[in-house]
Design a protein around this ligand. Structure first.
Ligand SMILES: *Cc1c(COP(=O)(O)O)cnc(C)c1O
Length: 422
């Protein structure tokens, strides 16, 4: 596609965009009375307008039925979470039985490590990417200490090559083979939060499993962003949060995937609670734990229905649109943003460097050489919400659900004026 850095061209792209009507499904914050250009859907997705009604429904049922709402609400609360499994399964490429929604992301990763990280004297090492998201690093170290192992010896980080901003699949695979039978677990962020790189999950999963390790993925930046085929890739387990590209609201509930082969297996341990027991007998309050036959067996507490409501609303939107059309628009809008950056770079004779490799989703991470925090602040004042990382990287994620091509054009103009002003 031959792009042009003009308003009329951007508007033409918008007029041909099959998803353009979905922009109106979301609330945009305003700066100086105008809707912002929102690049941080990778951090907190915008609020879908329809989510309010889903929350109100629960509030109303609670007001009018109180405890009876558990069984007699239109959407009963006792198995409300089950409504999310099928639509989420379509987003992540799984079978509905492999999915459940519970707790929050780091908590779920801990719980999944209970099931899938069971170090032995010989096989105990964990492989992750260097500079993993901090919460994941804290999780790894605390798990390793919990097992009385040495963190230095146990946690192996895959490094980038000198002078490169991305990880190479061949380096990951080589590391897996090098650790071999000492490798207990591979757990990597499927899309790296910093450089936006999409890992080759299929190849890495298969390499990890071929040396006898479990392979899990933290999909915080992947879900709702890239194509996932968790079941077909034979991933062992995965977890993600729902407040980034899934637009379900701040700090909201996390989804998990557990490969079908681990369901109904008494040799896979887990931490248990009453919401994991069979629905039919749950309220008989029996001493025996009789697990659900799905990933719901990992449920512990009764479901936070008020939190699940906006997640369900958001999934309704994903059902309507489908990942393939989101991905199609994503590819074009990100390519257009990249083009705009290159054009502005030429015009202002600056030196932007896009550090996101070609294996990418919605996010571009850009080094703004010679620019500092004042540029970011200027963008904010002008109603462009980006994410700033020291020393001078901005992360730009034009979520295809609600960002427009005109946003990309306008961003370019504001960026240019910010740089020239200096
Ligand atoms: C956003 C993010 C988290 C956040 O974890 P919470 O438990 O939801 O606070 C964890 N890991 C990665 C890779 C993330 O991007």
């Amino acid at each position: 596609m031959i792009f042009q850095n003009t308003l009329s061209y951007a508007r033409e792209l918008d007029s041909k965009d099959p998803l353009r009507k979905y922009r109106k499904e979301f609330y945009f914050p305003k700066v100086k009375g105008s809707e912002v250009i929102y690049f941080t859907g990778n951090s907190l997705g915008l609020q879908p307008k329809r989510s309010q009604a889903f929350v109100d429904e629960i509030m109303k049922d609670w007001k009018e039925m109180a405890v009876e709402g558990h069984f007699h609400a239109d959407k009963p609360w006792w198995d409300y979470h089950e409504r999310l499994a099928a639509p989420l399964a379509r987003v992540v490429g799984a079978r509905p039985a492999e999915i459940t929604v519970m707790n929050t992301l780091t908590v779920n990763l801990h719980l999944l490590m209970v099931s899938f990280y069971r170090p032995t004297r010989k096989r105990y090492k964990i492989l992750c990417e260097e500079k993993a998201f901090p919460s994941d690093q804290y999780m790894f170290r605390s798990q390793v200490k919990y097992h009385n192992l040495d963190t230095e010896d146990t946690i192996i980080e895959i490094k980038k090559r000198e002078g490169e901003h991305f990880w190479r699949t061949e380096d990951v695979v080589a590391k897996i083979n090098e650790i071999g039978e000492e490798l207990a677990l591979v757990l990597i962020g499927g899309v790296n939060y910093y450089n936006g790189q999409v890992f080759d999950m299929k190849t890495i999963t298969s390499a990890g499993k071929s040396v006898g390790a479990y392979v899990g993925w933290d999909l915080a930046h992947a879900v709702g962003n890239i194509e996932l085929e968790l079941h077909d890739w034979k991933v062992d387990f995965a977890a993600w949060c729902s407040y980034k590209y899934m637009n379900s609201g701040p700090g909201n509930a996390s989804g998990i995937f557990i490969n079908e082969q681990y369901l109904n297996r008494s040799d896979i341990p887990r931490f248990e609670g009453w919401w994991g027991t069979k629905k039919e007998t749950r309220f008989l309050m029996q001493p025996e734990f009789d697990p659900m036959e799905t990933a719901d067996a990992w449920q512990i507490s009764n479901a936070p229905v008020l939190a699940l409501a906006p997640y369900l609303a958001s999934l309704e939107l994903f059902e309507e649109v489908g990942m393939p059309s989101l991905i199609e628009k994503r590819n074009t809008i990100v390519a257009y943003l990249e083009f705009i950056l290159q054009e502005i770079d030429k015009e202002v004779a600056s030196s932007f460097e896009i550090i996101t490799p070609k294996e990418r989703g919605t996010q571009l991470s850009v080094f703004l050489h010679g620019q500092g925090k004042p540029l970011f602040d200027y963008l904010m004042e002008q109603g462009v919400i980006t994410d700033w990382r020291e020393p001078n990287v901005i992360r730009l994620a034009p979520a295809p659900f609600y960002c427009s091509y005109e946003d990309m054009y306008r961003f370019g103009q504001i960026l240019k004026s910010g740089i020239l002003k200096k």
